[in-house]
Design a protein around this ligand. Structure first.
Ligand code: FE2
Length: 294
């Protein structure tokens, strides 16, 4: 009998289907960092509580060297996952940290931070993701929070089939992630599937969920999801999770969360509930109140 490294392996009997595939848009942000916007503004309602997902990956320093000089955020959380490369973060709350290969930086902007994200390398590969997670109205003006997780700080497990999972947030096969949030219940997994394997993950029916395939190709319920495609998973009330299959080696992000169902008012790096709150954020930033000590 095989030993089971994940005693609470997820069992999925009625897997979700793919609602549709989305191809990211090439764009640039910060001081000219080239990136792919995987989850755009137009999907914020459909994928509530997620506001944005950017993928960046290049071995050309011109694509990333300028980084993201000082800029503000208010009203949500940013989760940066680095696959390769080094980036230094500094913010107005006094936090400073180096984000390196396989690490995660989780920042709750709350009532406001001004920060910079600057590459600490002049050559080589820089690759990773930045995900924006909304905050419920009652927490939008909370005290900013920040934590850096090195690769060894992130919970990981391997299934009997050899599927290796990093649990950045939420719970998978009984393994709790680095971060939990009550209101949005985020699940954020990085999944490495060897050729010929499959992986089951339980998902609450009402939670919005999507996958992003960044190496190889994956399949869900008979639908192929090519590399650099996002699959929005259907919110079928009868479904109890997702079953991911890989004919060849694949790497996939799986993201899910409980929708907030609150109004979303966004102006660039400020995400609030009303236009009045956006005007206030802009005024606070202009007058030096955003990011200032309370
Ligand atoms: Fe930022």
């Amino acid at each position: 009998m095989k030993s089971n490294p994940t005693p609470n392996a997820d069992v999925v009997l009625r897997p979700r289907a793919v609602e549709r595939l989305v191809v990211g848009t090439e764009t640039s942000d910060g001081a000219g960092v080239r990136l792919t916007r995987v989850l755009p503004h137009s999907l914020q309602r459909r994928l509530d509580p997620y506001l944005m997902l950017d993928a960046f990956g290049s071995d050309d320093p011109d694509d990333y060297i300028a980084g993201f000089p000082d800029h503000p955020h208010r009203g949500f959380e940013t989760i940066t996952y680095m696959l390769a490369g080094n980036m230094r973060h500094r913010d107005s709350a006094g936090h400073e940290g180096l984000l390196g290969n396989g690490g995660v930086q989780w920042m709750t902007a709350g009532r406001g931070v001004i920060h910079s994200e600057i590459p600490q390398q002049e050559e080589g590969v820089m690759e990773g993701f930045q995900l924006w997670l909304n905050l419920p109205a009652r927490d939008k003006m909370c005290v900013p929070w920040y934590k850096n997780f090195g690769p060894t700080d992130l919970p990981r497990y391997t299934t009997d089939d050899g599927v290796a999972v990093t649990v950045i947030a939420g719970t998978s096969h009984g393994v709790s992630g680095a971060v939990t949030r009550e209101a949005t219940a985020p699940l954020y997994l990085d999944i490495r599937l060897p050729a010929g394997t499959r992986f089951a993950q339980v998902l609450p029916p009402g939670h919005n969920a999507f996958m992003y395939v960044y190496r190889g190709q994956a399949g869900v319920a008979g639908r192929a999801i090519p590399k650099q495609h996002m699959a929005i998973l259907a919110n079928d009330a009868q479904a109890d999770g997702v079953m991911i299959e890989a004919a060849g080696d694949a790497r996939v992000l799986l993201v899910a969360g409980r929708p907030l169902n609150e109004p979303i008012a966004q102006y660039g790096p400020f995400v609030m509930n009303t236009q009045e709150e956006i005007r206030q954020a802009m005024a606070d930033y202009r007058d030096g109140r955003l990011g200032a000590a309370a």
